[in-house]
Every structure is written in structure tokens, then in C-alpha cells.
Design a protein around this ligand. Structure first.
Ligand SMILES: [Zn+2]
Length: 315
């Protein structure tokens, strides 16, 4: 299993942007960039991004960035691609632009993969900045430095530097006797099922977290795990670690109430339910989909993706 290739298939993780130029956000360098016309700014508000009707990413140039009052915060440098330097910039809701902001989570599967990854990265940085406006140690306001990749405390006796935060989580497709374990939450779209997932707790390995989450949510005991790939997940700032697992038990018991339902599916059941519209797969952008696809295609004449594309389940 080539984890590198698998991770590149996951949306939000495919971008080949060069992140090495972190001093580019310095005012002097930014001035030079504005002269050259090679800087592009991505307006972000919450999890929302700007795209055209044709789903092309909307960027603004330095002149517009400087001229508009609603771009109040210092930009965050993301990296360079094809000779252009990309920045994320936080926009207050209520500004007067004509292009509409749209939610990246629902938009991502429709976007060009590299665009989705760039916007995901931008959303993660802006979200982190928004949630760390004050120092967690002394409560003084933080100041964006190092092109937005460090938030430094402004307190006289503190001055601690805060770095972008990522919360690791596990997502696992559990198998037992040619069946996989899928669950659904009550607030998901109707008929949607997904692999079991949860955050890693302090003092836990990823594998321990996986065994605990599956037991808590479904009552199933995991005996064996193997790593598949990872995926950044910008809502709000997770790194999903994808695994396959083999279960030693198959009795389902919803112990912690997090899931509304959990059940085992054979490949035949998945095919049938996709065909008759009683099963909605996870979004094709997710690692959950990728795990299901890999497992399903190990023993099927029809690719999982093709079945999903023909899926008539009401969304
Ligand atoms: Zn402080």
C-alpha cells in the first residue's frame, strides 16, 4: 500500500504549492510583490470562500486588497504556485462584493482538486487566527507575525508565540467477515452512512483512540489495524488519520449515544442500497469515501465510484 499515493487522492491534500517562502508577508517584501503584480489574495469568511458561477476561485490583487477597508487583518502567506504568491485574507461578513461566498464543505467536491486544497489551507489558517486573537497564557491580544504563521502575545511580561493548531482525529473502516461497519449521526442527511471517526485524546496513540472510539460508539471490539492515509480537514482544523481495522466481535451496541445507528454492510447490500436509493455515501471529498472505495473495489466487478455516481438517493 503506497500511503503517499493514497493521501494524494484525498481532497484538501493534493496541492503542490511551495510553502517555503514564509518571509514573503513582511511589509517590504509585500511592497515588492505589489510592484511585480504577482500577489493574489483569497478572501475567506468563516468556512466560506469566493468562487465564480463556473466554480473558479476568485482572487483579488494587491491594489484592491489595499483599497478596501474590509480587509482589515494582515494577510496570511500560503505559498507560491505557477509564479503567483497566494495569501489568505479574512473578510468581515457584510461587505459589498458581488461574488457570493459559498460554504467550502459542500463546495469542495465540485471544485478543481488543487483549488479545493488551496482554499482548505486558507480556511484553516484564517480560522486558527480568528480563534486565537488573545493569548491563552496571559489574555493579552496576539499579533500576527511571520507572514501570519505565528501569533505572538503582545503582553509585556509574556510574549509567547502561538503556532497553528491541528487536532488529530482517526477515521476507520472496520471489517468483519466480508462486511464493513458504518454509522450515521442523527443530524446527517437522511440515509447517509460513514466510517467510524473520533478525536484522539491527550495521552493516547492514534491506534488506541481508534479502538476506544469504535468500542464507545458501536460496542465492536477491534483486533487489528492498518494505516491507509491522512487528510487535512479544515472544519475546523483537523488531520484525519485513515485506517482499516478487523473486528473480533460483531455485536453492535451504541454505548455513548454519538451515533443514531450503526450496522454491518456486505458489498451486495451496499450495491443494492445504492441502486435502490436507500444509501447515501459520504461525500467523495472525504477519506471515509476513499476507505470504502478501496475496500469495496477489492472484490467487485463494478467500481464503487460508478455505483455512487449513479446513486439516486435524494440529497
Ligand atoms: Zn501572553
Amino acid at each position: 500500500m503506497n500511503h503517499l499515493n493514497l493521501s494524494q487522492l484525498n481532497i484538501f491534500s493534493s496541492y503542490t504549492i511551495d510553502r517555503s517562502d514564509h518571509n514573503i508577508g513582511d511589509p517590504r517584501t509585500l511592497n515588492e510583490l505589489s510592484e511585480s503584480g504577482h500577489a493574489r489574495f483569497l478572501p475567506i469568511t468563516g468556512y466560506k470562500v469566493m468562487v465564480t458561477e463556473n466554480l473558479e476561485v476568485v482572487t483579488i490583487d494587491v491594489t484592491e486588497f489595499r483599497s478596501q477597508e474590509y480587509y482589515k487583518k494582515p494577510p496570511v502567506y500560503l505559498g507560491r504556485d505557477n509564479g503567483l504568491h497566494y495569501f489568505a485574507v479574512s473578510v468581515d461578513i457584510g461587505h459589498g462584493k458581488t461574488q457570493e461566498f459559498r460554504d467550502l464543505r459542500s463546495l469542495a467536491p465540485l471544485l478543481d482538486k488543487n483549488d479545493a486544497a488551496l482554499l482548505g489551507y486558507a480556511v484553516m489558517m484564517i480560522t486558527w487566527q480568528r480563534n486565537h486573537r488573545f493569548c491563552g497564557v496571559c489574555g493579552a491580544p496576539t499579533i500576527s507575525i511571520s507572514s501570519g504563521h505565528i501569533l505572538k502575545c503582545s503582553g509585556d511580561n509574556c510574549g509567547i508565540e502561538h503556532y497553528p493548531r491541528i487536532d488529530p482525529a482517526v477515521i476507520v473502516l472496520v471489517e468483519n467477515a466480508e462486511r464493513v461497519l458504518l454509522g450515521r449521526k442523527s443530524d446527517w442527511p437522511e440515509k447517509r452512512y460513514s466510517a467510524i471517526a473520533g478525536f484522539i485524546e491527550p495521552g493516547e496513540s492514534a491506534e488506541q483512540a481508534l479502538v476506544r472510539e469504535v468500542a464507545e460508539e458501536t460496542g465492536v471490539e477491534v483486533a487489528e489495524v492498518s494505516y491507509q492515509s491522512s487528510q487535512p480537514w479544515p472544519f475546523p482544523g483537523s488531520l484525519m488519520l485513515g485506517y482499516f481495522a478487523k473486528a473480533s466481535t460483531d455485536q453492535i451496541q451504541l454505548r455513548d449515544g454519538e451515533l443514531q445507528e450503526a450496522r454491518w454492510f456486505t458489498r451486495e447490500e451496499l450495491s443494492r442500497n445504492l441502486e435502490n436509493g436507500t444509501f447515501l455515501p459520504p461525500t467523495a471529498a472525504s477519506i471515509s469515501f476513499s476507505l470504502m472505495e478501496t475496500w469495496f473495489n477489492q472484490s467487485s466487478n463494478i467500481p464503487f465510484r460508478m455505483l455512487c455516481e449513479n446513486n439516486t438517493t435524494v440529497r
